[in-house]
Design a protein around this ligand. Structure first.
Ligand code: UDP
Ligand code: MG
Length: 136
């Protein structure tokens, strides 16, 4: 069953730095995910730590937070049919080496940490993550 949903997407510093924002957004557009809101921001390490707190016990947490706050990012609300799973499908696997052909991470990801994009992994997290960046 298909449902109109919203999800949060982030274009991470490695992709912003390489001016890939337009190409990534054109992939969303071609696949019927509409960019409803978008803003380019540069968050602090504390904000990154709050955003990624589900990963606080992981060995990569500190580096992940340093990385997400290392340069500008673009945060977006995507809307479309099954937007949460559709965005995850378009992103590809966390490690670009394991990502399917033509996914964003396969096309543009550099490594498991510099993997170009973030996408919410459930409707519940999508709502929380949209609130985190777009409330008020
Ligand atoms: N990450 C990392 N090393 C790992 C696993 C994850 O640096 O071994 C980073 C990577 O940038 C990933 C983020 O932590 O996108 C969040 O991890 P998650 O497992 O939630 O992957 P995602 O949902 O982004 O595919
Ligand atoms: Mg995740």
């Amino acid at each position: 069953m298909s449902k109109l949903q919203q999800t949060l997407s982030i274009i991470k510093p490695d992709a912003i730095e390489r001016n890939l924002s337009g190409e990534i957004k054109s992939i969303f557009d071609k696949n019927n995910l509409k960019v409803k809101e978008s803003k380019k921001i540069h968050i602090t390490k504390d904000e990154a730590a709050e955003f990624y707190k589900v990963h606080q016990s992981k060995p990569f947490y500190n580096d992940l937070c340093t990385y997400l706050s290392s340069g500008p990012i673009e945060v977006m609300i995507l809307e479309g049919e099954n937007a949460v799973s559709e965005n995850r499908r378009l992103m590809g696997a966390t490690d670009p080496k394991n990502a399917e052909e033509n996914t964003i991470r396969k096309l543009y990801g550099i490594s498991i940490d510099k993997n170009s994009v973030h996408g919410s992994d459930s409707m519940e997290n999508a709502a929380k993550e949209i609130d985190f960046f777009f409330k008020n």
